[in-house]
Design a protein around this ligand. Sequence first.
Ligand SMILES: [Zn+2]
Length: 335
Amino acid sequence: MNSSNNSLLAQKTFAVFNSTSTHGALVQLCQNLMEQQKLHWPQLTEGYAALESVRVREIVCSNYTVFVQFNPKRIRSTGADLDPKAIQERKCFLCLENLPEPQKGILFQDKFLLLCNPVPIFARHLTFSSIHHIPQELESSFGVLLNLTRDLSPDFTVFYNGPKSGASAPDHFHFQMSPRRALPIECDAVDMRRRKRLYYKDHVAGCVLVNYGRTALVVESTDELRLLEFLKNILEIWKKVLGSAEEPKMNILCSYQEELWRLIIVPRRKHRPDKYFIGGDDRVLISPAAVDIGGLVVTPLEKDFLRADAKLIESIFAEVTEPPELIERILEKLQ
Ligand SMILES: [Zn+2]
């Protein structure tokens, strides 16, 4: 980084966190950051005021329940043009030089900033982004994911949207954070009646959720190094099975409590459902990312909020996620 970038980073730094701090320190810093930003950053104040008036409906699907949130402010994210040309031509909203003047964050491991998300879906919604403009990609950042999740435990769940699986900044590395257990899938994943164990080796367990309308692999371990090894291996085999060198499409939700990491990995087939792209009144503006796949489906348009029903949700989940056989095949090879 050159000196002007250094001074920009200093300007944008609300606090510095290093992982040797006492447990709970990062959660407290996030709380302080949110309070400061709500006072000094009008866009955030407005964002949280708007969140208070969002409407939510419960939809009972076959063997699971989702919530639909009518959140008009999310139109920019849901409606984002993700064509590579459009991405290249727009100003990246996660780059330091493009952050709004009042926006500040917590510097993490000297490489990342924890920021408040100005268009919240949750009562506490944070973004964690690289201080450099580097592409959204997980393989080199599994360690960061596990560290961050532990440092934010037990209050937050950290989630990842692959560059073709819901991320609205596919060109800038980032995670997001939601309050722990804000998403139905997090509760369903600990319901033993839903689980089928397919893998256990070296202190890492893997099971799938049965009849869940979307494929979800739940991976648990208390052993950081072996978990990292597992994640590296599963990605390698997954790529081989798909016959592609590209990162497999996926959403991940990661949490940590009582020294156990839990990752919920949803393999994706499509970024957006076909109904997203059709013209006229039949178009459905739902762009599924980890939050939506996790059971909180965000609709920026009221007509979609009102007409969403079990049939629509079930068909979107089935269309954009891979069948369970893919995970079974990968785990078999891994075992
Ligand atoms: Zn950027």
